[in-house]
Design a protein around this ligand. Structure first.
Ligand SMILES: [Zn+2]
Length: 304
């Protein structure tokens, strides 16, 4: 008995299987031989995410779009996977969002071709403390004079000019390190009240350190800013590339200048209480492509 099916019929079945596989792709999806992973596996608003991709064929480059951001992937020879750090802004509503991937085959003799894949991720609501911390700061921070208002606006312009930059070249590598070994005094996302007026949520992580404590770079990067600003006090910003910045506030002293290259662990300044601070402490913040992310989540990521 001849059980062979017509070739064209077999091709159609194979095609259906592929379409079905990409349709049912869940966590750790491997559809049409693409493997797409996220770390942590549960995505929440306000947190960074590491995407790891294994495409079905060897690629020369891999790029993606995620929540309206361009994401460029690097190849990790050890795991043979492409990886990129991205994030979900605090303002992102819970829901399902696609990561759209486009890879270009390695440029050889043959002309390169593009392959693409899309995978949806669920963003769950992050749990951030709603504790109202009643803090008292000098009135110049809540009711500034016209002269102080001018300084505030200058600071805002500097932040607008610098903090949304995306340097294409990746400088960070490996895990991010704590800027100081100290107790955490305030977490990311908590709501605070200054002199009875509700301020924006706390967009960084506070370390309880006395003035003069060495503050270490969280990863390799270039010093983007090292100057005093009205609210931030003595302010250091490191650019780690691909839109990832770390910010160090209220320093008593600078140990780097703008344009310097630093390695993870290198001292960028000494802690203090300059700017809008109720006392000496270290406030660090993480920005990715113009949005603040939870530094403690970044510190927990196991990165290539
Ligand atoms: Zn803080």
């Amino acid at each position: 008995m001849n059980l062979r099916l017509p070739t064209r019929f077999c091709t159609r079945i194979a095609l259906l299987v592929v379409v079905f596989a990409s349709f049912i792709s869940g966590p750790l999806a491997s559809a049409a031989n693409w493997t797409v992973r996220a770390q942590p596996t549960r995505l929440v608003n306000g947190a960074p995410v590491l995407f790891q991709i294994k495409p079905p064929q060897r690629l020369g480059s891999l790029n993606g779009t995620w929540l309206g951001h361009e994401v460029s992937f690097s190849f990790d020879a050890k795991s043979k996977m492409w990886f990129a750090l991205a994030g979900v802004s605090l303002e992102t509503a819970p829901g399902t969002y696609p990561l759209e991937l486009t890879g270009e085959t390695q440029a050889g003799k043959a002309p390169s071709t593009k392959i693409s894949f899309s995978r949806k991720f669920t963003v769950a609501p992050g749990k951030y403390p709603k504790i109202e911390v009643k803090l008292s700061v000098e009135s110049k921070f809540t009711e500034p004079s016209p002269e102080q208002q001018k300084q505030i606006e200058e600071g805002q312009q500097i932040k607008k000019d610098y903090l949304n930059r995306v340097t294409p070249q990746r400088e960070w590598s490996g895990e991010f390190a704590k800027p100081a070994e100290a107790e955490i005094s305030d977490v990311f996302g908590s709501e605070r009240i200054f002199n009875g007026k509700t301020s924006s949520p706390h967009l960084g992580l506070d370390f309880r350190v006395p003035t003069g404590t060495p503050v270490a770079a969280m990863n390799d990067g270039t010093v983007l800013l090292a100057r005093p600003l009205y609210f931030e006090g003595n302010f250091v910003v490191l650019d780690h590339g691909q839109g990832l910045l770390t910010l160090y506030l209220h320093l008593s002293e600078f140990k780097v200048k703008e344009g310097d290259q630093v390695k993870r662990g290198e001292i960028v300044g000494l802690s203090g209480g300059t700017g809008r601070a109720t006392g000496p402490h270290l406030h660090v913040a993480v920005r990715w492509q113009g949005t603040y992310l939870d530094p403690s989540s970044l510190l927990r990521l196991r990165l290539p």
